[in-house]
Design a protein around this ligand. Structure first.
Ligand SMILES: *Cc1c(COP(=O)(O)O)cnc(C)c1O
Length: 361
């Protein structure tokens, strides 16, 4: 009846991956990072699955936090980029959100605010990423000023973000860790450094709070195999079906732009998935596609609603056969690498049309 393209989201796998993040850093509290619609998996469903396990969630902005509140989620929610406008300080206080303070402007707004409830703050230190955060020199002074405010509750957490933790052979992450420890020598604040790559590859970064994102969704943050990342379970499986088959003679072309030309007589399967479902339009010929559980090469440009796959080597193939674009059997990192991007981008760009179906709610 209906178009077969859909994303299956396995919430048991999500919980498994969270527990792995937690067990790798047993003395830290792992926030559940569910920004960008839980990396495309559906923020409310993902947060509901994680809520019994996490001390708090993390999102990018107030709109994302309020979506969780509207759905009844109760755990604290850290806004990773803090308040974008001064009025968000009051909204954060009213909705049990923790605020990151990343620059002097946000710190001044916090000093001047009179929220109706006290707030938990995180202070972002720039230890080398040079994107957000206070300089190491600014942190101690602002930390003490903010901590003294009557509307600031509990110890402020000092956080930083890694630039290359996904490249464990580089020394830069160790320098960032050392920089934060240096900043904290006199403050003795609780610390948060590790993203997924930090959790998996940098035990010295675990500290009091970790912030796992991509690993929760079962994708390795590393470009090369990593023994701990091998324990992650894919959460999203993007699947569809073969909707047509074509005999293509040697020399004939397939699809827009006639990009793929048959080198020999071939069988082409048309699959109901396209860039309108989040499949990357830049995927080149040869990108793996699982048809009946067997790897077959993409053949021809990705269309909005369809792709074409060379299934000549399959012993048999029929209209209606199952196709996996990425997921349990085909790691998303392989597809992302083939298309010149990363799994983060593939999943966060999944449009609404790719309906999510949840397992183990
Ligand atoms: C998105 C984000 C994370 C999670 O990063 P992953 O690489 O997905 O684990 C952690 N911290 C901050 C500040 C972020 O913006």
């Amino acid at each position: 009846m209906s178009r077969p393209a859909r994303a299956i989201v396995d919430l048991d796998a999500l919980r498994h991956n969270y527990q792995l993040a937690q067990s790798l850093a047993p003395n830290a509290r792992a926030l559940g990072v569910v920004k960008a619609n839980a990396y495309g998996h559906g923020a409310v469903a993902a947060a509901q699955a994680l809520e019994p396990l996490v001390p708090a969630f993390a999102v990018a902005c107030m709109e994302e936090a309020l979506e969780l509140r509207a759905a009844g989620l109760q755990k604290p929610i850290l806004l990773l980029e803090g308040a974008f406008t001064a009025d968000e300080i009051e909204t954060a206080a009213a909705h049990n959100c923790w605020l990151m303070v990343s620059n002097r402007e946000q710190a001044e707004e916090m000093v001047n605010a009179r929220p109706s409830d006290p707030l938990h703050l995180w202070l972002k230190a720039d230890t080398g990423m040079h994107r957000l955060g206070l300089t190491p020199q600014q942190v101690p002074e602002l930390y003490r000023r903010l901590q003294a405010l009557p509307h600031v509750q509990g110890p402020i957490v000092v956080a930083t973000h890694f630039a290359v933790a996904d490249e464990p052979e580089l020394d830069f992450t160790r320098q960032q860790i050392e920089c934060l420890q240096q900043i904290n020598r006199d403050l003795q604040a609780p610390l948060s450094l590790a993203n997924s790559a930090g959790i998996l590859a940098w035990p010295g970064s675990h500290a009091q709070y970790t912030r796992p994102g991509i690993m929760l969704y079962g994708s390795s943050p590393f470009a090369t195999p990593h023994p701990l990342a091998a324990h992650l379970q894919a959460v999203m499986t993007l699947e569809s079906k073969v909707i047509d088959l074509h005999q293509v003679a040697a020399g004939e072309s397939v699809g827009y732009g006639r990009r793929w030309i048959a080198q020999k007589d071939s069988i082409i399967a048309t699959v109901a998935i396209g860039y309108g479902d989040g499949y990357p339009r830049h995927a080149p010929d040869g990108t793996p596609v699982l048809v009946n559980g067997q790897r077959c090469p993409l053949a021809g440009r990705v269309s909005m609603d369809m792709i074409t796959v060379d299934v000549s080597l399959l012993p048999s193939v029929s209209v209606g056969d199952a196709v996996e674009l990425w997921g349990k059997q085909l790691p998303i990192n392989e597809v992302a690498a083939s298309a010149g991007t990363i799994s983060y981008e593939l999943v966060t760009r999944m449009p609404l049309r790719a309906t999510r179906h949840y397992l183990h709610r």
